[in-house]
Design a protein around this ligand. Structure first.
Ligand code: AMP
Ligand code: MG
Length: 311
């Protein structure tokens, strides 16, 4: 049994197996690089850059698939998930780090050019409304994890764990047949507030703590409510979504953060394809019943008990 890892600034792929594992990892790695190039908002050769520059583009089928999925998620989340917020995110400085608080008029003006309904997809041809710009930042890493995991499986890998900047995707079980142990980052500081035991699935967390700035004592983070154009203020500190589809988990982690605890609970009840852990701004921890036996709280970090959300 050999353990092979490739590590980048933001992601690490680890697979276990024989000599062929190395080759499988290399091909998963190059696929992820390819997807990053296709979906980057800043790379002048990316599908998204071209689309944002000209308002229409013929894109790679993997890009078209992802846009199509993102448009479905906009409907499924009642608009909470919206890939057309890029100009608003730019105004806040979340894309460059040159942070500022835009005034209400500026935000209202920018919101006029948003709305996923104005993204049209016909095969691989994408068209956006005038002055519209999209970004797949809330869903790309999750989908890249799906594609990379599939590539590993197709190459015969039966045990692997992919960490794409905090998005976890596993293949099979640990080489010893046990479950993987994944730490869930505390939204309030260093360390994991819980450990999750998982089989083959994706685990994706979104939280305001990942990118934010403070001005005049108020904290502003990078997940926006598409209705207000302002940081989503729903009383949630972080959302972790667990499921078989990494792209779905990624899209949901972002949108449940916007929807708040009640909205998230409602969507979970209507669904059967994900489980979730929500930490509220005042530190309460909620988990859906499918995770009840798999979550272990780190008592060194929190005294909170998990409130289980049942069907
Ligand atoms: P994530 O880390 O997956 O939660 O994605 C957050 C990123 O998604 C942000 O940095 C923005 O680029 C983008 N984003 C922010 N708000 C939304 C939203 N409501 N819907 C879709 N994407 C968003
Ligand atoms: Mg996301």
């Amino acid at each position: 049994m050999i353990k092979k890892s490739v590590r980048f600034s933001l992601w690490t792929l680890t697979a276990y197996g024989d000599d062929d594992t190395d080759k499988a990892l290399k091909s998963a790695e190059s696929e992820i690089n390819e997807l990053e190039k296709l979906w980057s908002v800043t790379d002048e050769n990316s599908d998204i850059y071209k689309l944002n520059e000209s308002g229409s583009a013929n894109v790679d089928s993997r890009t078209a698939d992802l846009i199509s999925f993102a448009l479905d998620m906009n409907k499924r989340t009642d608009g909470a998930f919206d890939i057309t917020l890029y100009p608003v995110l730019k105004a806040w400085g979340f894309t460059t780090g040159e942070y500022r608080v835009p005034d209400d008029d500026e935000i209202a003006g920018l919101l006029e050019n948003t709305g996923s309904d104005n993204v049209k997809l016909d095969g691989n041809a994408v068209q956006t409304a005038e002055n519209m710009q999209i970004d797949l930042g809330a869903v790309g890493k999750g989908r890249a994890g799906d594609i990379a995991a599939k590539k590993l499986k197709d190459s015969g890998v039966t045990s692997a764990i992919l960490d794409l900047g905090g998005n976890i995707q596993t293949v099979g079980l640990k080489p010893d047949g046990g479950k993987w142990k994944v730490g869930i980052q505390s939204p309030f500081g260093e360390g994991s507030f819980a450990t999750l035991s998982i089989g083959e699935c994706a685990v994706v967390t979104s939280g305001g703590y990942e990118r934010y700035f403070v001005q005049d004592g108020k904290t502003y983070w990078h997940i926006l409510n598409p209705k207000t154009g302002k940081p989503a203020d729903s009383g949630i500190a972080s959302v972790t979504v667990v499921g078989n589809d990494g792209g779905l988990c990624d899209a949901l982690s972002t949108s449940l953060f916007v929807m708040g605890l009640d909205g998230a609970e409602k969507l979970w009840r209507e669904s059967d394809d994900f489980e979730m852990i929500i930490v509220t701004s005042d530190g309460e921890i909620y988990a859906t019943e499918g995770l009840e036996n798999d979550i272990e709280i780190n008592s060194d970090l929190t005294d909170e008990k998990v409130s289980v959300i049942r069907r």
